[in-house]
Each structure stands twice: as C-alpha cells, then as structure tokens.
Design a protein around this ligand. Structure first.
Ligand SMILES: Cc1cc2nc3c(=O)[nH]c(=O)nc-3n(C[C@H](O)[C@H](O)[C@H](O)COP(=O)(O)O)c2cc1C
Length: 178
C-alpha cells in the first residue's frame, strides 16, 4: 500500500503529527501548499492534515478542489487545534470542513499547541480577542473544551502526543485489508 501525507501547519503541531505518522507508515510528508495533484493521485492512501484556524482545517481546500481525482482512494483527514479532544469539537470541525460528498471521509482531531507570543500579528490579535471574549463569559457557560484557552492565555503550551494517533492508525489498517 502506497501513501502520502499532506500537511499544512502554521505553528508546528500538525507537522509534528505528520512526522509521527510518517515514522509509523513510511509515507512521505509534503506541505499541502506545494502538493501537485498529478503526483498525489499516484498513491493508494492520501492523508490530509492541518491546523484548525477559526474551525477551518489548513489545506483542506486542496481536498475540496481535487476530490474528483482522489475518489476511490483511502482518504483520511486529521485536524489539530488547541482545544482538547471533545466529540463536539470534532463535529464542529467536520461540519465546517467536510460537507456534501466529503462528509463520509474519516476525520480525526488531535490537540496541538498554543503560543500567543509566537503567532503572527493578525493571528495573535484574533486569538487575544477570542480569549478576552471567553474571559467575559459567565464561567458557568464556558465549555470544557474552552477552558484550556483561558488557562493557557500567554503561556506556551504543547499538548501534542503520539498516543492520540492510535484511532488514525486503526483507520489506516482498514485500508490495508481492502
Ligand atoms: C488564528 C487562529 C485561530 C485558531 N482557531 C482555533 C479554533 O477554532 N479551535 C482550536 O481548537 N484552536 C484554534 N487555534 C489554535 C490552533 O489550532 C493550534 O495552535 C494548532 O496547534 C495549530 O496547528 P499548527 O500548530 O499545525 O499550525 C487557532 C489558532 C490561530 C492562530
């Protein structure tokens, strides 16, 4: 079974997961922004992953644009955000990014990193506003997956963990059998 990993990572977390997947599978990692569909279409398995930015998965446009050329292959999507895993988070990300004919593609969510100081100007401003908005909320209405944003604030956090990849590896093994 041949495979490739496409990844779009601004701050390193999804790239770290891509490297871990690569170590396990031997698949090469390509930055989605440099991916060529003619090359990608040569593989049996295509894993597309990226950071979550305002619920959108980085690089997901590549899948939307090129789905016709990838139909019939084993396609797996993973996303990586600062919020800890929660079924609600996965549903938000899935509904925003995998609509229509993409809705049945297996999609995973892993917790990533948070570093306000390391963000570019626009991202930092946006994330600061988000934390401020959470800060003003009635604490009883704050969801479990929103709490880490408040706790992290200016602190640099890395929640990445290889163990989160187990369900993705299990999904990959289904492709080996077919
Ligand atoms: C502009 C911006 C928007 C973000 N929006 C979300 C979000 O909607 N949900 C979330 O869980 N994390 C969000 N984050 C946090 C990132 O998903 C997190 O830092 C992740 O590690 C990014 O992936 P990367 O490290 O591969 O770039 C956001 C970060 C930035 C900079």
């Amino acid at each position: 079974m041949s495979g490739i990993i496409l990844c779009r990572s601004k701050y390193g977390a999804s790239a770290k997961y891509a490297e871990w997947i690569s170590e396990e599978t031997g698949f090469k990692v390509v930055d989605t922004k440099n991916a060529d569909i003619k090359e990608v279409a040569k593989y049996d398995t295509v894993i597309i992953g990226g950071g979550v930015y305002a619920s959108s998965i980085g690089g997901i446009a590549f899948l939307k644009k090129n789905y016709a050329a990838l139909k019939g292959k084993q396609i797996i999507v993973y996303s990586c955000g600062a919020a800890p895993y929660d079924d609600e988070i996965l549903e938000i990300v899935r509904n925003k990014n995998l609509k229509g004919e993409l809705a049945d593609i297996p999609c995973f969510y892993f917790q990533g990193m948070w570093d306000l100081e390391g963000m570019n100007f626009t991202d930092k401003a946006m994330c600061k506003m988000y934390v401020k908005m959470l800060d003003k909320k009635d604490p009883s209405t704050i969801k479990a997956w929103e709490k880490p944003f408040l706790e992290a604030k200016d602190k640099k956090c890395d929640w990445t963990d290889k163990k989160y990849l187990e369900p993705l590896f299990a999904e990959l093994r289904k492709g080996e059998k077919s």
